[in-house]
Design a protein around this ligand. Structure first.
Ligand SMILES: *[C@@H]1O[C@H](CO)[C@@H](O)[C@H](O)[C@H]1NC(C)=O
Ligand SMILES: *[C@@H]1O[C@H](CO)[C@@H](O)[C@H](O)[C@H]1NC(C)=O
Ligand SMILES: *[C@@H]1O[C@H](CO)[C@@H](O)[C@H](O)[C@H]1NC(C)=O
Ligand SMILES: *[C@@H]1O[C@H](CO)[C@@H](O)[C@H](O)[C@H]1NC(C)=O
Ligand SMILES: *[C@@H]1O[C@H](CO)[C@@H](O)[C@H](O)[C@H]1NC(C)=O
Length: 344
């Protein structure tokens, strides 16, 4: 009986051997679910970073393994194409490889907190038509903020904060219809805020431009838009910023204009009703504090210190919330929580 099946047994063993060798064949590799073209792009990205062998973030990026299992990579459940690439706080140096443009299904790209990641944003990034999130803060990127970013038509979230970007803000960015948030704070940007930033055709994005070297007045066009949040703190902006305050902009909750050189009369300014945060400290603002400020129920942060304001601080309403430090170092503000007003 045993001698009756030697050939089929041999044959199946042979097949098994064949199957096993093809799996471990070094030329083919076992990329698992990973799309070979995505694999190639990621390997090029790895090559542009050094020293990968010491970086926890890249230790799983091993040759001939499934890139969908690598640290910082996530693939689409159906197509298995790379959708997200994120490297955080890695102890590496290098540049952003132009091969990021060869990950055509990328939705989210993050390099964050890698001080030695230098150079510029590669132009190939404009090939990423599905990119919704471009998250590149706390790197060492330099040169101008590229104006080709306007070609990332799906972009929703742009964070280039705390790099070394210089030059002016590309007016082109206002063409991005789906943009809801722009972080450009903590760079070396100069020039003025583009006039086009008052003409966002889609959603009006939250705008974070603090800690730059921006100059000039706020363009009039910005007054027409209801920015939800705007932070212009620590620049060298001048002129009348009162155009930003529109009582009809119910969405506006947060305005920080502190540490600039704005110069305007606050007396008759009407504030958005839902304002949470208003910091206009350290400017050259004059006039008095409008009475209506006490009726802004949601206001929990209010600072006007180091300006040239005068007159009696409103009382009642929400005014109890604010300490003397919110008001001190003005020309002649008086009344609680500062010294009482002297009768003439
Ligand atoms: C980052 O750059 C600095 C200055 O060139 C260097 O001293 C440091 O070793 C670099 N760190 C890494 C992880 O490459
Ligand atoms: C807008 O962006 C394109 C590239 O996408 C550039 O060629 C063009 O010069 C930019 N236009 C302005 C007015 O900056
Ligand atoms: C912008 O967002 C809308 C709504 O989420 C979406 O339908 C549209 O496809 C997006 N535009 C682009 C160019 O991705
Ligand atoms: C606005 O920007 C300044 C400067 O970067 C920062 O100190 C402040 O906390 C910001 N405001 C908020 C609410 O994040
Ligand atoms: C706010 O709306 C009221 C009523 O629609 C209008 O009369 C007023 O001019 C508007 N104010 C501003 C600053 O747009």
């Amino acid at each position: 009986m045993k001698i009756q099946h030697p050939f089929p047994l041999c044959y199946s063993l042979f097949l098994l051997l064949l199957a096993t060798t093809s799996l471990i064949s070094p030329s083919l590799g076992d990329l698992g679910k990973c799309n070979p073209s995505d694999y190639k792009a990621l390997m090029n990205i790895k090559k542009s970073l050094s020293p990968p062998e010491f970086s926890y973030e890249l230790t799983s990026w091993v040759q001939n393994t499934d890139c969908c299992d690598w640290h910082g990579i996530s693939c689409d459940g159906k197509t298995n194409r790379v959708q997200e690439l994120g490297i955080f706080a890695a102890d590496i140096s290098g540049q952003i490889s132009s091969s990021v443009g060869d990950l055509p299904h990328l939705v989210s790209l993050t390099f964050r907190n890698i001080k030695n990641l230098t150079g510029s944003i590669p132009q190939s990034i404009t090939k990423l038509k599905h990119l919704i999130r471009l998250d590149l803060p706390y790197l060492g990127l330099s040169g101008p903020v590229p104006d080709f970013l306007n070609q990332l038509t799906a972009l929703n979230f742009l964070d280039l904060s705390y790099n070394q970007f210089s030059g002016s803000i590309p007016p082109n960015l206002s063409e991005l219809k789906n943009l809801t948030t722009i972080y450009l704070d903590g760079n070396k940007l100069t020039g003025s805020i583009p006039e086009s930033f008052g003409r966002f055709t889609g959603t009006v994005p939250e705008l974070y431009l603090s800690r730059n070297k921006l100059t000039g007045p706020i363009p009039k066009s910005l007054g027409a838009l209801g920015y939800r949040a705007i932070n212009l703190s620590r620049n060298k902006l001048t002129g009348d910023a009162s155009i930003l305050f529109n009582q009809n902009h119910s969405l506006t909750t947060y305005i920080d204009l502190s540490r600039n050189q704005f110069e305007f009369d606050l007396t008759n300014v009407k504030f958005p009703k839902d304002l949470n945060w208003l910091d206009i400290s350290r400017n050259k603002i004059f006039g008095g504090i409008p009475e209506e400020i006490k009726d802004l129920d949601h206001l929990y942060m209010f600072k006007v210190d180091y300006n040239r304001l005068c007159g009696k601080i409103p009382t009642g309403g929400n005014m109890e919330r604010f300490k003397s430090t919110s008001f001190f170092h003005n020309k002649c503000l008086c009344g609680s929580p500062l010294m009482s007003c002297k009768r003439k």
